[in-house]
Design a protein around this ligand. Structure first.
Ligand SMILES: [Zn+2]
Length: 288
């Protein structure tokens, strides 16, 4: 096998329809680093079109699936414990699933607190890390195609994942089916309608068309979850920053001279109380 056939051709692209509604008519918002970011004229979903044909292959071998810290601080463990306390309300079957478990810190702490854990993961480095950490029940699959018995889990966590997926709709259908009645979904993704994005425009740190191919906002993430059956949905947002180059640290722009820089912390606090923070945290409960 030559190195050329072993890896996908990274520049080949395909046209895709809107994942949320199937519509194909779009409005071009901007082009960044060769990727057109468009808005669906029917439902308002923002996505990259055309996108890389080998997007999913790229997630398997590279991408950001294994991103995260090699070491974790006691403060970070405390933060995970506080998050797991939110899940405790829903703990009946004692089974929890994380889609895109990455370094496996969340599931490791959950396991230490007595949860039976499952992980869906596609990235080979992440899978290796999960095995090393002794995380049980690793389902090697894309987030769109994983198979588990229906109504298995009390809770599913999907953290910084849906923006990477070819079909968040397919993923969420499976998540919904995998939750028991009354089960709990906790999800995080970037907010396209955030102050950070509006201020930075196409230079916004999370706009990286080879990797972040669907950009939700509070309206479109709600449409996604309602489309698969969730009715009880709550969304809050947090954080404002002026960083521009998450994926290209060598091109990181020093923002100290930015006119908004002195107010960053104040705006950050304000973002918590609005829907304008750059991280959306979404919680949804499946009807009993
Ligand atoms: Zn649409």
């Amino acid at each position: 096998m030559t190195s050329e056939s072993k890896y996908p051709k990274i520049n080949e692209k395909i046209e895709v329809a809107c994942d949320l509604c199937g519509y194909t008519e779009t409005e071009l918002l901007f082009e960044k680093e060769g990727f057109c970011h468009v808005r669906c004229k029917n439902c308002g979903l923002v996505y990259v079109n055309p996108r890389l044909k080998a997007h999913r292959d790229f997630q398997r071998i590279s991408g950001t699936g294994s991103m995260g810290e090699d070491q974790i601080s006691s403060a970070q463990i405390s933060r995970i414990c506080r998050e797991l306390a939110i899940f405790t309300t829903y703990r009946k079957l004692n089974r929890i699933l994380e889609i895109g478990a990455g370094r496996g810190w969340f599931l490791s702490v959950a396991r230490d607190l007595g949860w039976k854990t499952w992980a869906v993961e596609i990235n080979r480095d992440a899978i290796s890390n999960l095995n090393k950490k002794g995380v049980k029940n690793i389902i090697v699959s894309s987030a769109e195609d994983f198979v588990v018995e229906r109504e298995t889990f009390d809770a599913v966590r999907v953290w910084d994942v849906v923006e990477h997926l070819e079909s968040p709709v397919q993923c969420m259908k499976r998540v919904y089916g995998s939750l028991r009645p009354g089960g709990f979904l906790r999800l995080a993704t970037t907010n396209f309608n955030s102050l950070s994005r509006i201020v930075n425009g196409p230079e916004w740190v999370y706009l990286n068309g080879s990797d972040h191919i669907i950009l939700f906002d509070p309206v479109t993430i709600t449409k996604l979850l309602k489309s698969v059956g969730f009715r009880r949905i709550s969304i809050r947002t947090r954080s404002f920053n002026l960083r521009k180059k998450l994926y290209h640290p060598e091109r990181e722009i020093n923002n100290r001279g930015h006119p908004l820089a002195p107010f960053r912390k104040l705006i950050d606090e304000t973002a918590r109380f609005s829907k304008l923070g750059h991280q959306m945290i979404v919680e949804a409960v499946k009807d009993s």
